[in-house]
Design a protein around this ligand. Structure first.
Ligand code: GLU
Length: 444
């Protein structure tokens, strides 16, 4: 059995009931095959793949908090510190009822390669809790965040592990967590990113993931002889990634006709009204059913359906495994040209293969959504030098990083006889730097 297959089998055996983690490992290791075969003896001797798929540390803790009625609740908190070969651990905190160890491990594993691809010195980690922020009062959110940080603060620090936002963790939650860290540790330091501008946050961090997604999509189309202007797009989700992806898409002349949340989706033939979306999601924290009030010509559909619309570009920006084989078939039947992932692993493995087989340009999330964590790393730099850069400066750096990621992975794919396969390119390019650092640091 090949080295890659041995390690995949071991991961499945030793990590039962973690299907998303298995999926992420299989996708990455499968595309590393040519590079692993080339270096098999060296990698085997140093157990490179075994170390790559085993987190350096995984922390699981109790998060007790009290609701507004005086009732106590207990959630589970996680931080998986996956790989620190190229820099301090870095990755978001997901607050969602679906969170379990397997989800956090898949996200932490992806983060290793994503963070490496940015070219910035950040290792891979992820954290979170099965806490559901929906419908909670501000005081309840604060109670949860303070309790979560009371435990997490033991394991993080500006030079050790720097968490950030993800699904369910935005500016409000980061603020409460930062306050509690500072209170317990007595340190005003860049321990979290995605902070508010008044206490060390970076301009353009809020926009970074969505803007970055469009910058790399634009470059991918350009390098395939296509122009992004004048295209139509379907976006799923309506959170931070989706909102700023839609905003940048429109600025580049793309007509985005959909958005979705966990209960339904909207089709707006005239193009999504971003101001209305921000009002509903960022201010009112309400459902997309409200969208029709702002745009009477739009249609609200309960359930799923974004991928049934005829568009040139699909941008899945909601969550993992939201674009299935049936969705991919519908997109291809409707003549889709490109799919670029704003979320982490939103396309199932079968759907990815189907899209690639049918000549659709496919950009995996670890490359296309890397803009968020890239600007997080720029926030760390600004905190270290105790200075703040302008929006234009950060945005220009973000664009440069996304364009560079595209060329880096495009070349890696070509080098290993997989021209145009950006999944292979992203995994190999991300892995190359990490494996280099691991090899020279000894068996740790
Ligand atoms: N949660 C985001 C991601 O999936 C951002 C992480 C960060 O900024 O550290 O990459």
């Amino acid at each position: 059995m090949s080295y890659v297959d041995e390690v995949i089998e071991r991961v499945v055996r030793e990590n039962p009931a973690e299907p998303e983690f298995h999926q992420a490992v299989k996708e990455v290791l499968d595309s590393l095959r040519p590079m692993v075969e080339e270096n098999e003896e060296k990698y085997r001797r140093d157990a490179i793949l075994e170390r790559l798929v085993n987190p350096e540390r995984q922390i699981k803790f109790r998060v007790p908090w009290v609701d507004d009625m005086g009732q106590a609740h207990v959630n589970t908190g996680y931080r998986v510190q996956f790989n620190s070969a190229v820099g301090p651990y870095k990755g978001g905190i997901r607050l969602h009822p679906s969170v379990n160890l397997g989800i956090i491990k898949f996200l932490g594993f992806e983060q290793i390669f994503k963070n490496s691809l940015t070219g910035l010195p950040i290792g891979g980690a992820k954290g979170g809790s099965d806490f559901d922020p929906k419908g909670k009062s501000d005081r309840e959110i604060m109670a949860f965040c303070q309790s979560f940080m009371t435990e997490l603060q033991k394991y993080i620090g500006a030079n050790a592990d720097v968490p950030a936002g993800d699904i369910g963790t935005g500016a409000r939650e980061i603020g409460y967590m930062y306050g509690q860290y500072k209170r317990i540790r007595g340190l005003f330091e860049g321990v979290l990113t995605g902070k508010g501008l008044s206490y060390g946050g970076s301009l353009a961090r809020t926009e970074a993931t969505g803007y970055g997604l469009l910058y790399i999509t634009e470059e991918m189309l350009k390098c395939n002889g296509l122009s992004i202007a004048g295209k139509t797009a379907a976006v799923s989700g309506s959170g931070n990634v989706a909102i700023y992806a839609i905003e940048k898409a429109q600025a580049l002349g793309v007509k985005v006709v959909t958005a979705s949340d966990s209960t339904g989706w909207v089709y707006d033939p005239e193009g999504i009204d971003v101001a209305a979306l921000k009002q509903i999601k960022e201010v009112e924290r309400a459902r997309l059913t409200e969208y029709k009030k702002y745009r009477p010509n739009s249609v609200y559909h309960p359930g799923r359906g974004v991928w049934s619309v005829k568009v040139d570009i699909a941008l899945p920006c909601a969550t993992q495994n939201e674009l299935t084989l049936a969705d991919a078939e519908a997109l291809v039947a409707n003549g889709v040209i490109a799919v670029a992932e704003g979320a982490n692993m939103p396309t199932t493995m079968e759907a990815t293969e189907y899209l690639q087989k049918n000549g659709v340009l496919f950009m995996p999330g670890k490359a296309s959504n890397a803009g968020g964590v890239a600007v997080s790393a720029l926030e760390m730099s600004q905190n270290s030098e105790r200075l703040s850069w302008s929006f234009e400066e950060v945005d220009a750096k973000l664009k440069g990083i996304m364009v560079e990621i595209f060329h880096h992975l495009d070349e890696a794919a070509k080098k290993y006889n997989s021209a145009g396969n950006y999944v292979v390119g992203a995994n190999i390019a991300g892995f190359a730097k990490v494996v280099d650092a691991m090899l020279v640091q000894g068996i740790v």
